[in-house]
Write a protein that binds this ligand. Structure first.
Ligand code: DAH
Length: 338
């Protein structure tokens, strides 16, 4: 029966074997030989009771220590093989794995496409601030202080300074009218904000593209011509356009514009709710008051203006039934528009 010094010898021998092991199988064999069910150390522990009492303790402790040490060493050596197995599987001649990157957001894509379309027709793209003064957002656009149309806009007010988060992109028109001289042909695009109940059709942030033209002798026919050209470019050939009377404080007369449904070509389907028409934008002739407030003579100059909701158009174009999808930033949704 082994004593403490034999266990020392056993330890040296076992550790050397672990060090020399060249594979997982070698390690398994070592484990079986020393600490397996019938292993050398296991059987020493089983036969402790054959020893005189005074030796039982010391031999038992030494054997248990060696068992624990060996388990640790075998495991550590096994980890090394794992790493080297991965290393062995790398083939440097294979092409690399392409890194998965994002995609341009479908709203930005639609907005850019609209802007490019108008830019090709000679409109100049100008930016404007998201935080706007009450004056440009409302007053200069012919919304007097107690005008009921203000309530329709569910405005986010910024306390104290007469500032708002712009409720539309039309204030850029007021700014440009004030700072430039006709002829003017301007387009702007960006985020708008309204404190609306969030639903499948409304969100507190959305995007608009707004354009206008002011010159001598501009008529509603010019408005219609530019909108027909835009719709052809954006939605494709063969669509009909219709102007429906509407109301905006900053245009007179005002018109909402429908296109014949591009899905059913006007025959009636779910998308157009069986009307054959899709509403796509608001427009009109710039109200003489707006021109006058900006310092232009409305007897001399006239102009048209239009405003397009980007989300609505993107939803129609891609058959998206919930506006919130645009704002959840689920990469699986966004990637579909690459
Ligand atoms: N600002 C309007 C809105 O938010 C859209 C609009 C309508 C813009 C007519 C215009 C326009 O420039 O002429 O609902």
């Amino acid at each position: 029966m082994a004593g403490v010094s034999e266990i020392e010898t056993l330890r040296a021998e076992a550790l050397e074997a672990v060090r020399a092991a060249a594979s997982k199988t070698d390690l398994e064999n070592i484990s079986v030989r020393y600490i397996g069910r019938k292993g050398i150390i296991t059987s020493i522990l089983k036969r402790l009771k054959e020893l005189p009492l005074d030796q039982r303790k010391t031999v038992g402790a030494a054997a248990n220590r060696l068992k624990a040490e060996l388990e640790g060493e075998i495991k550590a050596a096994g980890d090394k093989f794992k790493i080297s197995r991965i290393e062995a599987s790398i083939d440097p001649t294979l092409p690399g794995i392409a890194r998965r990157i994002g995609a341009v957001h479908p709203i930005i894509q639609a907005m850019d496409q609209m802007c490019r379309s108008f830019q090709r027709m000679g409109f100049t793209l100008v930016p404007g601030p998201d935080i706007e003064t009450d004056y440009y957002n409302f007053e200069a656009l012919n919304f007097p202080p107690d005008h009921p149309a203000r309530d329709m806009q569910d405005t986010f007010y910024i306390e104290g300074d007469n500032l708002v988060l712009r409720t539309h992109t039309t204030p850029v028109q007021a700014r440009m009218l004030e700072s430039c001289k006709p002829p003017m042909k301007v387009i702007t695009a960006g985020k708008c904000y309204r404190n609306e109940e969030i639903s499948t059709r409304a969100y507190c942030v959305f995007h608009q593209v707004d354009g206008f033209l002011v010159d001598v002798g501009v008529t509603m026919a010019d408005l219609k011509a530019v909108l027909v050209a835009f719709c052809r470019d954006f939605f494709g050939e063969g669509l009909k356009l219709r102007l429906r009377p509407s109301y905006f404080p900053f245009t007179e007369p005002s018109a909402e514009v429908d296109i014949s449904c591009f899905l059913c070509r006007g025959k009636g389907c779910q998308l157009c709710k069986y009307t054959g028409w899709l509403e796509i934008l608001g427009s009109g002739m710039i109200d003489p008051n707006v021109l006058e407030m900006a310092g232009h003579d409305p007897e001399k100059y006239t102009g048209y203006a239009f405003g397009i909701g980007v989300e609505r158009i993107a939803m129609l174009k891609h058959g998206i039934n919930d506006i919130r999808l645009f704002y959840e930033n689920d990469i699986r949704f966004i990637r579909q528009f690459r």
